[in-house]
Design a protein around this ligand. Structure first.
Ligand code: ME8
Length: 644
């Protein structure tokens, strides 16, 4: 979003309708909503898009499982997203559905343009497909048992006629684009990952399927009715069809200044495929593609089977929608993963919102009620408080950069520095002493200083907490609008003389977790898997030797992506091939320190998938309050030596 531009376009991903919305979807949408509101506050003509992604095999299968027609199922889940965003005051200008007729027409138009340009050709596809990720893979990219490298689920072999997009032609052009546009992919670390991926070479992309039906048909001019479009081609096009591409293109002017908000899981599609499609269509590139991190629960990805999915509506109902919005943006640096806990949310509400913000409002009301019958007069603020005004001015000078660099947490941190000046100035200047000494003008100037600082913070906080800020502004009789936004930077003092209204506490203290803990819904072990342990806990020697312990040598070790706990190890047990073992020891051992060392391995444990990775054994370790130690042989032993 360049500062001078008039038209601004902000998008969220369009969400799959295979499942109901959760906290991750809410996070992306809340950040995008905040950006859109900020942009409007600045006076920009802003178009904010969200919607649902409804085609593809995954949706077709989800509907079938529930015994519904695909369209009826898509309508139902799309409706849930729509309602949630309405309940969440999401200020979208358009909610697009990929089943909208206009969208389909636009996608067909784009396909035709790319085809006529020579960027699309027909061939045969043979490779592996993950329905859950709606992604094609080659054999070498897969995990063991032909499992998807992204989600760990089983892929299926696809052999079918397909149209291909000449992605390989765009390798150099993409690399040029990344090189010449510093902030095109944010954060910068993620941009480097994208560049490295492209540098490894791009294969042409299969962009149609023939083995199922639930998708956009090819343009009639191709006369090839058995093909439907690959869901990602269809989905990405939503960003331009929503502006009228291929139909009435009256809103396409917004396209020149677009910021896409996405989760890191779908950055590759947005930062590689999408720009290549746009180049093929001779359309301008997005300004920013910003990828945020992952919300987890106890360090693990949320999933229904683990029973750890956080329902955003439940959290907002329990703790207040705007408190939740503040928490999500403040708690986690953009781009990093964050773990959701009610405790962290309560701490933010009680501390940042209750103590720093709500209490400040109470004190202003309390002091002005005692000293001046609720009248606040800013006339003498510059005389007595030039130092505090300057400090606040300096803090706010560069705050906007945090919006453009996509760092909402730093933006909020900075606003809170102004609240700290306000709170500290009350303690330093002790207006109650001034009143006793008869220095009424000084005491009132202090109250007015604090009210002015709060007013500035309120305007800048309004994109994050719009209704709360409206309440504060209404109580202080000022408006949150573009003229006041501009004034707050130019004028040291924002308010004149006004009567403050009394308000009930904005953030009542929360003493304990409101949402009761849920039982995990991990399936119960099958009967034959239950442990055969006698009631007194004693086992026989035979039972002990059912566990096969062996010495293993660690050959390689690396961190498991998206996990704070796990390392991915290969361990030599003198078998045909080394084993892959996923171990929860990342907090205690650096991968490099493990290579070449020996461990004791439970070698006959049933293999399991951990975060999508196959784990073929377990390491023995002892853990107490001082940390964790792996069990190792006293002296080196040959790999595979039995322990017992
Ligand atoms: O990928 N933490 O849809 P989707 C943070 N239809 N964000 C999360 C999250 C989590 N745990 N889980 C999901 C699709 N998200 C495609 C997009 S766009 C042309 C097509 C958010 O329903 C995050 O924004 O799987 C992620 O990118 C998006 O939901 C994926 O939503």
């Amino acid at each position: 979003m360049p500062k001078t531009c008039e038209k601004v376009y902000i998008t969220t991903p369009i969400y799959y309708v295979n499942d109901v919305p959760h906290i991750g979807h809410a996070y992306t949408t809340i950040i995008a909503d905040t950006l859109a509101r900020y942009s409007r506050l600045k006076g920009h003509d802003t178009f904010f898009l969200t919607g649902t992604d409804e085609h593809g095999q995954k949706i077709e299968e989800a509907a079938k499982k529930r015994g519904k027609s695909t369209q009826a199922y898509a309508d139902e889940i799309s409706g849930k997203f729509h309602t949630l965003w309405d309940n969440f005051d999401i200020s979208y200008d358009k909610f697009i559905r990929t089943t909208d007729e206009e969208h389909k027409k636009g996608v067909q138009k784009a396909f035709e343009v790319m085809y006529q340009k020579g960027d699309i050709y027909k061939d045969a596809y043979e490779g592996f497909y993950c329905v859950s990720c709606e992604t094609f893979f080659t054999q070498t990219q897969l995990l063991e048992d032909e499992c998807c490298p992204d989600c760990g689920r089983q892929t299926s072999l696809v052999k079918e006629e397909s149209y291909f997009f000449r992605l390989s032609n765009y390798e150099d052009k993409l690399l040029d684009w990344y090189a010449n546009n510093e902030n095109c992919v944010l954060p910068k670390g993620k941009k480097n990952e994208v560049i490295n991926f492209v540098k490894q070479g791009l294969h042409d992309l299969s962009i149609t399927r023939t083995s199922f039906d639930w998708g956009v048909k090819l343009p009639k001019s191709l006369n090839d009715p058995k093909h439907v479009m690959y869901v990602w081609l269809d989905a990405l096009m939503n960003y331009i069809t929503a502006l009228g591409y291929g139909n009435d293109a009256k809103n396409m002017a917004y396209w020149n200044n677009c910021t896409h908000l996405v989760g890191k899981d779908i950055l590759r599609f947005h930062a590689i495929y999408w720009p290549a499609f746009l180049m093929s269509l001779d359309l301008p590139m997005p300004k920013h593609i910003a990828a945020h991190g992952w919300w987890t629960r106890n360090g693990e990805k949320m999933s229904k089977s683990k029973g750890n999915v956080v329902n955003p509506k439940e959290v907002a109902d329990a703790y207040g929608l705007e408190n939740f919005r503040y928490f999500m943006l403040r708690e986690v640096p953009f781009g990093q993963d964050g773990d959701f806990s009610q405790k962290a949310l309560i701490d933010r509400i009680n501390s940042d919102l209750g103590n720093d913000l709500g209490n400040l409002m109470n004190r202003i009301i309390g002091m002005s009620s005692k000293y001046s019958n609720l009248v606040i007069d800013s006339t003498h603020v510059p005389t007595y408080h030039d130092k505090e005004l300057k400090e606040a001015e300096q803090i706010l000078e560069n705050i906007e950069s945090y919006i453009y660099e996509m760092q909402p947490n730093r933006y909020l941190e900075t606003l809170w520095k102004v609240l700290t000046i306000a709170n500290q100035s009350i303690a330093t200047h002790e207006p109650w002493v001034k009143m006793k000494e008869g220095k009424t003008e000084e005491a009132m100037a202090l109250v007015a200083l604090v009210a002015n600082l709060l007013a500035k913070v309120t305007i800048l906080l309004s994109p994050v907490m719009p209704k709360t800020c409206d309440k504060i502004a209404a109580a202080m009789h000022f408006k949150i609008d573009t003229p006041h936004y501009q004034k707050l930077y130019h004028d040291k003092v924002l308010l004149e003389t006004f009567t403050i209204e009394k308000l009930p506490a904005l953030f009542p203290r929360i003493e304990e977790e409101v949402i009761p803990a849920k039982e995990p819904v991990e399936p119960a072990p099958k009967k034959e898997e239950k442990k055969k342990v006698s009631t007194d806990g004693i086992i026989t020697i035979d039972q002990f030797f059912e566990t096969k312990l062996k010495i293993g040598t660690i050959l390689s070790a690396q961190e498991v992506k998206k996990s704070d706990r796990l390392l991915q190890l290969t361990v030599d047990l003198a078998e045909e091939e080394p084993r892959q073992i996923i171990a929860g020891i990342k907090e205690y051992y650096a991968p490099a320190d493990l290579i070449g060392t020996q461990v004791c391995v439970v070698s006959n444990l049933k293999p399991a998938k951990i975060m999508g990775l196959l784990s073929q054994g377990m390491l023995l370790a002892a853990k107490d309050k001082d940390g964790l130690s792996l069990m190792r042989p006293e002296a080196p032993k040959r790999s595979g030596t039995p322990v017992g």
